[in-house]
Design a protein around this ligand. Structure first.
Ligand SMILES: Cc1cc2nc3c(=O)[nH]c(=O)nc-3n(C[C@H](O)[C@H](O)[C@H](O)COP(=O)(O)OP(=O)(O)OC[C@H]3O[C@@H](n4cnc5c(N)ncnc54)[C@H](O)[C@@H]3O)c2cc1C
Length: 341
């Protein structure tokens, strides 16, 4: 196993910002994890985990420890039931390859999550989701190395405590588990409506009535291509902010500020408000702030156009959150996690 020294982390993250890692090591199989953690604790070095770096922001000071880059490969069918198939995926597989694999086998459950960048192992961390599907819907279990108990464990879906863009891996168990594989149960049925509004609209506009797995995947890829900047051309982390969640009693106050505010009932006394709409309303859509462009088509996305450092990004973030707070009294929060946390 190779350990590299003093490596610029901006080369390993899609926002292309921030300092160097003191050490970086590629994890190609689960058994690589324990000896590296032993080495780190012998040298009193902290350990961070990285997949494809598409939801990670690196600060300018870099990381004075060991970054484990998870590259464990493999997709295998482990069982077939009457209406479903269960597959196990190495944490380092690219998520979109997993979706393509499922679609090729005509299995449904993740096709609407086509073209999300990053690795399979990172997908449970923020309960990735798009166009009405999230990984919590199909994940049966995952295998991980528990850095506290110093042993491999299996966590079942309910152990992960999934919620909107969240799980224990971003919350009270942050940094504790190195996920080495995930297991998904996918349906043998065709994708079926109701589909997410934007997806249904695209299908209708293109007269697509045969809802095959491939048709849904192609539609999602086309919608995303139009709406989201390609991180290889315009560095970004997808949605930079989470959508705002408010309590029901807050809604009338916000409607008094702007009666057109869009909101989605979450069914638990709370409402979700699109943060992109809030940013647009404060007049920042398309603006360049400290080298960070608020995306012209989707104000939730920040693009690193000419920012030289994390400090530039932090200033842009501050301007945006302050403007939204001043107008709507809503606190918006960042989606990508930071290194060091
Ligand atoms: C253009 C674009 C579009 C996007 N669209 C979406 C979208 O539609 N929906 C959505 O949910 N997200 C979206 N994202 C965000 C991102 O793709 C996902 O969060 C993805 O799961 C991140 O994967 P990654 O491997 O790049 O994670 P990284 O950025 O490498 O890691 C993210 C976090 O997970 C932890 N982590 C990574 N791997 C492991 C592991 N094996 N074990 C334990 N912890 C781990 C890291 O420590 C870090 O805290 C988008 C990003 C971009 C750039």
């Amino acid at each position: 196993m190779d350990i590299h020294t003093n490596i610029p982390l901006k080369n390993y993250t899609t926002m292309k910002l921030g300092g160097n890692a003191r050490f970086i090591a590629d994890i190609l199989k689960p058994e690589d994890v324990p000896p590296l953690l032993d080495k780190a604790s012998q040298q009193s070095l902290p350990v961070a985990i990285l997949g494809g770096g598409s939801n990670t922001i690196v600060r300018d000071e870099g990381y004075d420890g060991i970054v484990l880059r998870i590259r464990i490969p493999g997709i295998t069918t482990i069982s077939e039931e009457l209406n479903s198939v269960t597959i196990k995926i190495g944490a380092g597989e690219l998520w979109d390859n997993v979706v393509a694999y499922a679609v090729d086998l005509r299995l449904s459950g993740i096709e609407a999550m086509s073209a999300i960048p990053g690795t399979a192992g990172a997908a449970p961390v923020q309960n990735v989701g798009a166009y009405g599907q999230e990984i919590a819907d199909t994940l049966v279990s995952l295998e991980a190395y528990d850095t506290e108990a110093r042993t491999f464990v299996t966590l079942m879906n309910e152990d992960c405590r999934f919620s909107y863009r969240n799980s224990i891996f971003r919350d009270d168990a942050k940094g504790r588990y190195v996920i080495t594989s995930i297991t998904l149960q996918l349906s043998k049925n065709l994708p079926s409506p109701p589909f997410y509004d934007a997806l249904q609209r695209y299908l209708d506009e293109h007269n697509i009535t045969a809802y095959t797995h491939q048709a849904i995947r192609d539609a999602v890829i086309a919608i995303r291509k139009d709406k989201l900047p390609d991180p290889t051309e315009r560095p970004n982390t997808g949605s930079f902010f989470k959508n705002a969640i408010i309590e029901s009693w807050q809604l009338p106050d916000i409607q008094a500020i702007d009666p057109d505010v869009p909101y989605y009932d979450m069914g638990d006394g709370r409402y979700k408000i699109p943060t992109g709409w809030l940013i647009e309303k404060v007049g920042l859509k398309g603006k360049l702030l400290h080298g960070m462009r608020v995306h012209e088509k989707n104000a939730l996305v920040l693009i690193n156009e000419s920012a030289g450092s994390y400090a530039d990004l932090a200033e842009a973030r501050e301007e945006i959150t302050t403007a939204v707070r001043a107008m709507f009294r809503i606190e918006i929060s960042q989606e990508p996690l930071e290194l060091p946390s």
